[in-house]
Each structure stands twice: as C-alpha cells, then as structure tokens.
Design a protein around this ligand. Sequence first.
Ligand code: HEM
Length: 402
Amino acid sequence: MPTEVSGALDGNDFYYDPMPGPAFAEALHALRRHGPVVPARALGGALPIFYIVGYQALAEAFQDGERFPPHHAYQIISQPFIGETFMSMPPERHRAWRPAMTPAFRRPVVEALPDAELAAVAHALLDDCEAAGEADLVPAFTHRFAFAVICRLLGLPREREAEFYDWSMDLMFGGRDLEKSRAADAVFTDYVRPVLDARRREPRDDVISGWLDAHVRGEFEQEPITDEAILAHLRLFFTAGATTTSDALGNLVHALLSHPDAWQACVSEPARCADAVEELLRWNPPVAAQPRFSRPDAEVDFHGQRMRPSSAVLFGIAAANRDPDVFPDPDRFDLERRPVELLTFGPGLRTCPGMHLARKNLRVALGVLCERLPALRLLDPDACAPRGVLLRGPRTLPARWT
Ligand code: HEM
C-alpha cells in the first residue's frame, strides 16, 4: 500500500550538505535500509523530496518518461538559467533537436579522435606546472582539461579558462544564487557571442559551424536556429559537458591516490587506466543525484510511495551504484570489478550524449598523469576528499611528485 510522504527519514540535507568522503555513502546506506524510495530532507526542509536509492528502482525510473518526464524537470531546474535547449524540450522536439546538436559526440566520431590530440592538451597543462614539483591539481589540471577539450571541439577561445569552472557552476546553480547566475551568464555570453558572429560570416570545422550548417540542411524540422538557441546550447555543453568531466577527473585522481595499489597498477600497466575509469564512475560519480519531478497532472505510486503531482524526486545515481544487492562489497574501490550496467550516465530516454567523450577524456588524462608524474601523491587525502550531493568533486588536490 503506497504511503504519502510524511517527513524525512534522516536529518541530512541532500541538497546543501557537502558530505565529504565516506560520509555520503554512509548516509545513503542509512536511507536504503528503509527501502528503495524514501522521503528525505533537502533544500533546508523547504520542499519534501523522495530519494530513489535502490538500483532496480532507479533503472526503472530513468526509463519512465510518463511518471518522471525529464523535460518537466529541466524546464524548472535549468531552462531559467541556461535558456531553452533540447534537454528541456518535450519529447517530439527533443527527437528532432538532439541528433542535430550532437553529431560531434557520437561514438564513431569520438573514437576517431586521436588519443594523441587529447593527450597533447594534458601534456601542455603539465608542462606549466611539472618543474615546481608540487601543485594544487584542481586549478592546475582537473578543472582545466575537460574545458580545454570542449573548447577545442566547439571552437571557443581558451584565454579565460581559469574562470570557466566557476562560470559554469554559477550558471548551473541559479536556483541557489540567482545574482551569481546572471553575472556568469553575462560574462559567458559576452565571451562567446563574437565567436558565433564570426562563424556565421565564415564557417570552420567546429561544432558551432556544424549547428549552423545543420540548420541550412533543415535538420531542425524548419525551426530556426537563433543566436539565442546556439548560446543556450553552448551554456549546456559547458555545464553538462565540461563541469561533470572536471569533477570526475578530480574524483579519479583522489580515488587512485587514496588507493596506492590501484595507482601503481595504472602506472605500471597503462591498459588498467580504463578499468580505473569504469570503477570510478561507479564508486564516486560526479553527477551524484539528478533532480526530477513526478508528472504534473496526476499522482504517482512508485515502490511503495505515493507522490503528489510535481513532487520533487532525486534520482540517486551514487546511491544506486553502491546498492549491495547489485555490487558486492560496494564501498570497496576495486579495479578487478566487472560492473553490471552503470546508471552513471542516466540510461534510457535522455542518456548522456557525452559519455563517449567523457570516458575517453578520463582515460587519456589519467594515462598522461601516470606517465609524467608516477610518484604523484596527495599531501592530505582526507582534507581534500570529494564533496557535494548533487555534483560531487574535490575543491582542491594539493599534491607533490618529486
Ligand atoms: C563523467 C562525465 C559525465 C557524466 C557522469 C554525465 C552524466 C549525465 C547524466 C546523469 C545525464 C542526465 C540523463 C537524464 O536526465 O536522464 C546527462 C545528460 C546530458 N549530458 Fe552528460 N555526463 C557527463 C559528461 C558529459 C559530456 C562530456 C557532455 C558533452 C559533451 C555531456 C552532455 C550531456 C547533455 C547534453 C545531456 C542532456 C541529454 C538530453 O537531455 O537528451 N555530458 N549526463
């Protein structure tokens, strides 16, 4: 018999609390003891939420566009801050726009990207800091690499790349601080608009030129691709694309340097880097939870919970990835694991179109780190543990390698 939400089961706030290191997994295990879908506290208690913490329930929810329509959530949580993109479009428009906006990220195109081209980006970043023998790897490397790659693909300049991660976070979390979000939007738009003007005059071999060309070929079903649509999609690829991969790279470095045997395995056998990436994507995914809302026009019964229309729901990716019914000894970081399908990229209706690029970026960046800095170690692993309950990553990674 479904129950209506009657109050959070736990005092943790699953929106604001940073829950660094193992505290997050412990809190999620505590929730899961009450069932696969549980009422939880978020947003300072301002809004009741349901947290999906079981693997099977989450796999089902990701596929269920009727009860949990993705565009409904994205119209609330992202459209007001980044503009209208295919992510917030209802299914029929999403079907036309998504393929036209993402050809550069399809698997064969990403596979054809030479590793050496991505490795060159990582080498250049390390060239700038290697001689010092120590650095904070977040500003020096993990917050830069994915932005450098996405800028190269989109065709954007990199002059202000030290600021990109902060712009992107401010843009994305407009619900938390609207003023900061507007300021980030103004600076981002000023930065990219001249590029857009230039590509309209003279196309190049980059993603923006491809979007303009797709419009000429009529791939948007006669909808015009306005400058505003292009700017909104640039904001989307910065936020959904580069911020997530930056956090994943930070989590990967932290996980491996906190497990020296796993780091050594990657140093001595570079093929293990791919295993390390897969296990990291399970063990500490950068998108720890994805906000959704239940359908706006009817109640939803889901795994014993009754949800009123438009109830806030957290899709617990990090929680599902540690579900002991699916992953034995789930808290162990284990390169020998051969995982079942991960929910990290949101399987189903809206599965992440950037997953091939993300995996390749992570594998190549890790390979370069292992090759260049085999003696790498963190000064204080506990002090710089990844944090955040929606997006999760380290804020700092002070490290030494001499
Ligand atoms: C490790 C890195 C990444 C992770 C963990 C990740 C995860 C996700 C997740 C969980 C979703 C939501 C799926 C849903 O709502 O059902 C998503 C959507 C999306 N991701 Fe990623 N992502 C990553 C990297 C990237 C990259 C590199 C790009 C672009 C190049 C990208 C572009 C997008 C876009 C555009 C969407 C919206 C898809 C749609 O609504 O059709 N992501 N991603």
